[in-house]
Design a protein around this ligand. Sequence first.
Ligand SMILES: *Cc1c(COP(=O)(O)O)cnc(C)c1O
Length: 402
Amino acid sequence: MPEATADWSFYEKHGLTPIINVSGTMTALGASIVVPQAIEAMADILPRFVLMHELQAMASGVIAETTGAEAGFVTASASAGISLCVAAAITGMDPGRAELLPRHPGPKCEAVAQIGHLCNYGAPVGQAAELAGARLVPFGQSTHVLDHQLKAVLNENTACGLYVVSHHVVEYGQMPLPRFAEICHAAGVPVIVDAASEYDFEGFLRAGADLVIYSAHKFLGGPTAGIVAGRRDLVRAAYMQNLGIGRGMKVGKESILGTMAALKAWAARDHAGVRAREAATLKLWQERLSGIAGVKAEIVPDPTGNPLDRLKISVDREVAGASAMAIGDALGRGKPAIIVRDHEAELGYIQLDPCNLAAGQAEIVAERICDVFRRAAEGSLEEPDPDVVRNRAALNYLNWLA
Ligand SMILES: *Cc1c(COP(=O)(O)O)cnc(C)c1O
């Protein structure tokens, strides 16, 4: 990630809560730090008119170069990309049928997915398919997926197989992508892979995906957008959905050019340098936490194999004086608010993700986290209500403007 500077005056000027993001690329925090190349591209195109189809054809070229796919396009988000790809599998190149979605998809509208993949990334992934009119057909059990279970749900009404790569999916007992693709393809069914947070631009297509969806605003540091890459006929059918359900998922000229710039910047980025910087940050945090009673800090790899490590901070509540959840909660209440990766806090740990830090912020995080553990040891940290924490994603909406 770029060396953005921590400019707190921005927050003062706008009356916004100052944030240090050590949770990863989160929609609720504004996704990621957009790379300068994308910012420049967006500023360049915003005051001008362009032929949007021409611009998207150009984006297709850049996406093809990055992924090895035949073609691609940019849409509003990865979530939109899922809906458009599923719609493509349902309608093919028929604009009349595209206009009838989602109410009248026709009989061939089933989207099969192993049940452990039906996760929530801020919204249910299955709903993104249903938005296109698909009938979702889950198969297998949460941690037990066998070939015959997939074969049993494939039939003449199957439009596509949906495969999700994410830290949100069940992490064992799932069918690997090559096998999923092999069985789907034997039945003539195209495979759509949601790889929104994945760094691997080529592997899923090589493993048998017909369409892959990436997010432009996560690791890429692009504008808020989604990237679709894959088979030319399916990419064309997905892009055509802009005549129908895709309208509400419209992407602007700035996001198309910004995404192209982010893809080019990604290819030119000093990835080894970024990793070295992140490793130094993790080491700093780990050293500061060593010796605190009841705390274990380990550097752990990304669960889906992205080239990214995080600091896993396990907390023994009895010894440290507070739970991992309370530590994360207290960090989020400070100023600036330090937002940690806490989706597994109920298991007794939180994580620090170093990939979205501005210059100087690693040190602030180190100081604040030690301070919070000091307060925990004194017994002055409040334990949050775990049910409130668990329901927070919904409560933030329910309480908004209330
Ligand atoms: C983030 C994410 C999405 C949604 O991406 P957006 O671009 O924010 O719509 C979809 N699927 C997975 C697995 C994700 O991680």
